[in-house]
Design a protein around this ligand. Structure first.
Ligand code: HMG
Ligand code: MG
Length: 299
């Protein structure tokens, strides 16, 4: 069966804009987040409190949070890799964070300048302090289906890293197919293995990049396996600057089109969302790669 309702975890402002060559001005970012909220998205990952030289595109995290409109029914999670990032997030009133680890050693080094063990040691005090402050914590694990340097990533390896991160005290695990190589059977096997290890689908989210055009098929497999939180990026923006082969995430519009057709509630107004992605595409100077945005745009 399928869930009656899916929670879309919108990552466009973070995963999308972290990958743009040109830094998008704060007022455009703020308008983007505001328009996404107006289109009905309720969880919007807005930025990252990472090293500003590693991701200059998001070096304006403080300035953005300063101007974003707040509302009790809007959640603005941010990425936080370490205690320095947590200090910055807490100083800016953040109440939801995401730590982000890797199933593989190569990506842990390239993305976090740490081994897998060292990165988990870096996250431990972040999660502990965040929880003590009442902050909700998500854990991402990247490279869950494959890695551009190491190739296939065994399911057991993902389960092991995910379990260690969840044991720190995280509330949700987002499975990142960073380079989009996964296929539906792999996704189902991964979700079943996590369930067997005590991480049930009620605590999972899926995070598919659409590099190989598999993101929607993988999402449907995850929904059938009991997952109800799906990450997506408006207009299909995104990628990862530390994994060159990654393209954008599953476009939010493509996800909403499929879920509308399946009768699954998302709370999202597709027309407003498409208008937002077309507006953003005009700022970025190139068309959205989303098939649904293209199909719903006047010729
Ligand atoms: P490092 O160089 O090892 O940092 O970077 P360090 O701990 O050695 O500190 C060096 C200096 O950086 C110190 O300053 C720190 O204060 C400063 P100094 O004392 O020398 O003057 N520093 C910071 N400044 C501001 N904010 C901070 C911060 N941390 C240290 N948070 C580090 C380690 C983790 C910081 C770095 O590797 C980093 O920022 N990485 C982030 C990479 C990133 O954002 N990647 C993209 C997101 S992940 C992704 O996209 C995948 C995902 O979408 C899921 C999927 O698709 O799979 C989530
Ligand atoms: Mg990603």
């Amino acid at each position: 069966g399928l869930p009656a309702k899916v929670t879309i975890y919108e990552v466009g402002p973070r995963d999308g804009l972290q990958n743009e060559k040109a830094v998008v001005p704060v007022d455009v970012k703020s308008a983007f987040v505001t328009r996404l909220a107006d289109a009905g998205l309720r969880t919007i990952e807005t930025t990252s409190f990472v090293h500003p030289e590693w991701v200059p595109q998001l070096a304006d995290a403080e300035d953005l949070l300063d101007v974003l409109p707040r509302s009790p029914d809007l959640r603005y999670p941010v990425l936080v890799p370490n205690e320095k990032g947590l200090d910055r997030a807490l100083a800016n009133g953040v109440t939801e964070i995401a730590i982000f680890g890797s199933a593989t050693e190569t990506f842990a080094r390239r993305n976090l300048n740490r081994t897998v063990d060292e990165s988990i040691a870096m996250f431990a005090p972040v999660v502990e302090r965040a929880r003590a402050e009442g902050v909700w914590v998500r854990a991402y694990v990247s490279m869950v289906c494959g890695d551009p340097w190491e190739g296939d990533v065994p399911v057991e390896r993902v389960v092991s890293v995910a379990s260690r991160m969840m044991d720190l005290g995280c509330s949700q695990l987002s499975l990142g197919d960073t380079i989009g190589v996964g296929t539906p059977g792999h996704v189902t096997a991964l979700i079943e293995a996590l369930d067997a290890a005590g991480i049930g689908p009620d605590r999972l989210a899926v995070h598919f990049h659409d590099t190989y055009g598999q993101a929607l098929a993988n999402t449907l497999a995850a929904l059938r396996a009991g997952v109800t939180v799906v990450d997506a990026s408006a207009g299909g923006l995104g990628g990862c600057p530390f994994a060159g082969s990654a393209t954008g995430n599953l476009p939010t519009e493509d996800l909403v089109w499929m879920l509308n057709g399946l009768g699954v509630d998302t709370g999202v107004d597709l027309d407003k969302l498409v208008a937002t992605s077309r507006w953003m595409a005009s700022h970025l100077g190139r068309p959205s790669p989303s098939r649904v945005v293209q199909a719903l745009s006047p010729a």
